[in-house]
Ligand binder design. Structure first.
Ligand SMILES: [Zn+2]
Length: 280
């Protein structure tokens, strides 16, 4: 009886999952797997600490399919990650085309769907791509089961980073945060690991110009800073999944000045309401 009951439950769960995917518009693609796959990953496997097997089994959830999210997604499929999920409710506009992974045929279409479809052409090691055309808050984390979350949303809705910070802590999942300054001259990458400093701990004035967290619609934007931050974030994802070395967890990059930024290690703040669990 119990077997029948479980089967019924799992059948119902599968049907509701399909229905939810259909109503949310979730779609999937897959990169091709070259017959000579070993040749594709050969050079990167020579890097100290590299673990191609681990990477090929990893699931990466990227919140935000725009500038940085697209850079990170492209790198992840080129490296041969197992599965990359994109979550974004936004649609492509003409002002995105100077720096994001879209073409003119993508205009007004959902960013997560367009970038996942495009990334399926950029990888050659069988990466599965899943697009969620919804906000990260509406993605079922227990279903996706990511090994790492990348928060690559823009500054228009500042509370999203805080929500991802809480979500990642709640599920004990490492989370990488990125942000670009409104003048497009700098930005940061921060890795929040379970038990270590959270994203809220990193919002220190001595680490980050106040403007970096500001909301600024239609702010200046260029592809150069996205390449820098995307590369750093991709490296951080590797350090989470394999033994590539890293002795920092926060890096503010300024393109214009040597007086700001560089890699540092941020410790938990004793007064952080997230880390101490005392509200906020
Ligand atoms: Zn904290």
């Amino acid at each position: 009886m119990s077997t029948t009951g479980n089967s019924g439950t799992s059948l119902w769960a599968a049907v509701s999952d399909r229905w939810r995917a259909f109503t949310q518009g979730r779609r999937e693609w897959c990169c091709p797997t070259l017959r000579a796959q070993a040749r594709v990953s050969l050079r990167q496997e020579r890097i100290v600490g590299w673990d191609q097997r681990r990477l090929s089994q990893a699931t990466i959830l990227i919140a935000g399919a725009g500038g940085i999210g697209g850079e990170i997604g492209e790198g992840a499929v080129q490296k041969g990650a197992g599965c990359v999920h994109f979550a974004d409710f936004d649609s492509v506009s003409p002002t995105n085309l100077n720096r994001q992974k879209f073409s003119s045929r993508d205009l007004w279409r959902n960013k997560a769907l367009c970038v996942a479809r495009e990334m399926a052409r950029r990888g050659f090691m069988g990466t599965r791509l899943v697009a969620h055309p919804v906000a990260i808050q509406d993605v079922d984390i227990k279903k996706v089961r990511p090994d790492v979350i990348v928060c690559a949303v823009d500054n228009q809705i500042p509370s999203t980073r805080l929500q991802v910070c809480r979500l990642a802590r709640q599920h004990s999942i490492p989370a990488v945060f990125t942000g670009v300054t409104p003048d497009a001259s700098g930005g940061y990458v921060f890795i929040q690991k379970p038990g270590n400093a959270c994203w809220n701990c990193a919002l220190k004035p001595e680490l980050l110009p106040a403007a970096a967290a500001a909301t600024c619609p239609e702010s200046p934007a260029s592809v150069d800073i996205l390449k820098v931050l995307g590369g750093l974030a991709l490296y951080v994802v590797d350090t989470v999944l394999m033994d590539r070395p890293r002795d920092w967890n926060f890096w503010y990059v300024s393109l214009s000045t040597s007086g700001l930024g560089g890699p540092v290690f941020v410790s938990p703040r004793s007064e952080c309401p997230i880390c101490t669990g005392k509200g906020a």
